[in-house]
Design a protein around this ligand. Structure first.
Ligand code: FAD
Length: 285
């Protein structure tokens, strides 16, 4: 992944990438794989596949990695909340067998039905997961970053200290949480660079094709949606609201690239239309 990002930078080119999540059951898999095929026609640089915190859907994540890795460089997300050292070691090995290009090392959040999971697990932070993954494999390791500051952190300076520890442990790239303000991204990157952190920080972009769904996800992740945008979305009918949201997403993507982002990582929600519209709209496809 590091090499893909570095090569694109050397060629003065932006990367295009897509995030997918494993489906809840086999019947939805065909639709996911159809979306994957459709978006691959845009020649993305890489894709990533999420992982259920607590390993709830580990077999489903692995099945998706098995499907995607042979086709395109694929990042497997891996969480450690509630996990044992042994089970995490096995997962890193299975990711390698699946042929992933990199691991996105995440802590994950404790599942609602087991808030004590963090205390029960053997690996408590993403930093420990970065260290373990580095000791077990030669795969690139990436991490999460938070333009609006991690909800449990006191401030961005603390987040950046943790990011620096992860970089020292071998993390070589970062992908951000969803967010809606270019200033937050530039502030994160500027402060990271000032702290001596050189790793590429790829912004995650969630297309606003379904306003209700996006506002719900934003609330869950603590991302602030500009009040003026919320007001416009709220006062529009469904069709208008999709247009307002998508126009905003495309403009936002363009602004991020103009502000120096290495590329865009588009959260597809396993749907191709909105992701394709953004990729085309910003000129990455
Ligand atoms: P950590 O780095 O462990 O940080 C958690 C908190 O602990 C932070 O406040 C941090 O400051 C603090 N902390 C950590 N280490 C230290 C230290 N050494 N000293 C002091 N404080 C410390 N969740 C999933 O369940 N599955 C997914 O697939 C998934 N994919 C994601 C992809 C992206 C791009 C992003 C941004 C998030 C994703 N998440 C996913 C959510 C993520 O797991 C949660 O946001 C989680 O709360 C934070 O994970 P982290 O890796 O930043 O944790």
């Amino acid at each position: 992944m590091k090499s893909i990002l570095e090569k694109a930078k050397a060629e003065s080119r932006f990367t295009l990438s897509f995030e997918y999540f494993p489906t809840k059951d086999d019947s939805a898999n065909q639709s996911l794989f159809d979306t994957f095929d459709q978006l691959n026609q845009l020649s993305p640089d890489f894709v990533s596949v999420t992982y259920g915190a607590g390993g709830s859907n580990r077999e489903r994540s692995l099945a998706v990695l098995d499907h995607m890795s042979p086709v395109i460089p694929t990042i497997g997300h891996l969480t450690c909340v509630g996990a044992s050292r042994q089970s995490t070691t096995e997962m890193v090995q299975r990711f390698e067998q699946a042929g992933v290009a990199a691991i996105l090392a995440l802590r994950g959040d404790p599942p609602k039905d087991n808030p004590a999971a963090l205390a029960q697990g053997e690996i408590k932070t993403a930093l420990e997961l970065v260290e373990l993954a580095q000791s077990l494999s030669k795969l690139d390791v990436g991490v999460a970053t938070f333009p609006e500051v991690h909800p449990e952190s006191v401030d961005l300076a603390h987040d950046l200290k943790v990011l620096a520890l992860k970089a020292s442990a071998g993390a070589s790239f970062a992908i951000t949480q969803l967010f809606f303000s270019v200033d937050m991204y530039t502030n994160l990157v500027d402060q990271a660079r000032a702290a001596g952190l050189e790793m590429p920080i790829v912004p995650g972009l969630l297309p606003i094709s379904n306003a209700k769904q996006v506002l719900r996800m934003a609330a869950m992740s603590g991302a602030a949606v500009p009040t003026e945008l919320v007001a416009r979305l709220d006062s529009a009918n469904e069709e208008e609201s999709r247009k307002i949201g998508m126009d905003h997403s495309i403009a936002f993507g363009r602004q991020l690239l103009a502000a120096g982002a290495p590329g865009l990582h588009i959260f597809t929600l396993n749907q191709s239309d909105a992701a394709r519209e953004v990729a085309l709209g910003v000129g990455l496809a």
